[in-house]
Design a protein around this ligand. Structure first.
Ligand code: FES
Length: 102
């Protein structure tokens, strides 16, 4: 099972998820990374769920058009929309308050 390491506001949270897991869907049913993951629409429209991928990015598919539209230049800095990702391998993500204003 994939291990997800999630950094938020200086704290590190870790959990195991089933393969093919969407972290926003999980948070919606109050499972890890709830309550730490910030999100809103769940549909790639708000970019509130943007996370920086610290490791494991090589296992992710190419960003879809929603991620390209929402993240723009931040894609090149390693950001992805958590609501658009289905996790199949270990991954390490960071979501800081700094990103909230972006
Ligand atoms: S939750 Fe709105 S873009 Fe991901």
């Amino acid at each position: 099972m994939p291990t997800v390491v999630f950094h938020k506001n200086g704290a590190t949270h870790q959990g195991e998820v089933k393969e093919n897991t969407n972290l926003v869907v999980r948070a919606g049913i109050r499972q890890f990374p709830f309550p730490h993951l910030r999100y809103e629409c769940g549909m790639g429209k708000c970019s509130k769920c943007a996370c920086r991928v610290m490791s494991g990015a090589q296992h992710l598919p190419e960003p879809n058009w929603k991620e390209k539209k929402q993240l723009g230049e931040r894609l090149a800095q390693g950001y992805r929309l958590a609501c658009q990702l289905w996790i199949e391998h270990d991954i390490e993500l960071a979501q800081d308050d700094l990103e909230q204003a972006a």
